[in-house]
Design a binder for this molecule. Structure first.
Ligand SMILES: CC(C)(COP(=O)(O)OP(=O)(O)OC[C@H]1O[C@@H](n2cnc3c(N)ncnc32)[C@H](O)[C@@H]1OP(=O)(O)O)[C@@H](O)C(=O)NCCC(=O)NCCS
Length: 188
């Protein structure tokens, strides 16, 4: 698949490229990104270079689609639709650079990615999943705000360089409304 560019009020989403390597390397030193995503830890410049190459290959095969979130201040984060099975399912994933957090940029980017993922002239997905390590409440608040329905706990279901973690899982269907739903793990 040819890389797709998405635009929102404050962001341009486009494939990460070689000139992003330094910013990706710096962002991925963040303890939260290392703990809650699948990036290697410790994270080297070579990891960032390999990531950019892999993203290009993954766009070509349409297995995983990753966008750099570009803001006027530079690289704000990374967002993508992963594990695309070609049968209508994908998974939303993301991180935001520490300097760009708390301004709603991720929420804004995620709406655009979900809209395109479900659109008939986009990926035409039926279901988009969301997973996070148990305890990642910042990410869970975003999942809830985007309209994902909390679906349960996957015991030791998430694998990263830290080993296996219990995970929260949520899902959003094409015809779900995006009104925030109660999430028992956040609302109690
Ligand atoms: C989780 C993570 C992506 C959140 O990024 P963020 O920049 O804080 O996200 P946003 O700014 O879009 O939203 C967070 C909060 O800002 C609020 N916000 C601030 N300004 C906003 C605006 N203009 N519009 C919408 N929301 C806004 C949101 O309502 C939300 O508030 P809440 O948490 O009280 O509900 C970030 O902390 C991160 O990268 N963590 C490490 C990696 C990670 O955990 N990735 C996810 C793995 S599952």
């Amino acid at each position: 698949m040819e890389p797709v560019i998405l635009r929102t009020a404050r962001l341009e989403l486009s494939r990460p490229v070689e000139t992003d390597v330094e910013a990706i390397f710096e962002a991925c030193q963040d303890a939260g990104i290392q703990r809650y995503t699948t990036v290697p830890s410790p994270y080297t410049r070579q990891h960032a270079e390999a990531f950019v190459e892999k993203v290009a290959a993954d766009w070509a095969s349409a297995a995983h689609l990753t966008w750099a979130m570009r803001h006027e201040a530079g690289l704000a984060g990374m967002i993508g639709l992963y594990r695309l099975d070609g049968k209508g399912t994908g998974e939303l994933g993301y991180w935001v650079t520490p300097a760009s957090r708390g301004r709603g940029l991720l929420t804004e980017a995620a709406h655009a990615v979900l809209d395109w993922g479900f659109a008939a002239d986009g990926l035409d997905l039926d279901r988009i999943e969301w997973r996070a390590v148990v305890g990642n409440t910042a990410s869970a608040r975003i999942g809830r705000a985007l309209g994902f329905r909390y679906e349960g706990l996957v015991r030791r279901g998430l694998v990263s360089t830290h080993g296996r973690d219990d995970g929260w899982i949520a899902g959003l269907l094409r015809d779900d409304d995006r009104t925030p739903q109660p999430w028992p793990v956040l609302d109690r």
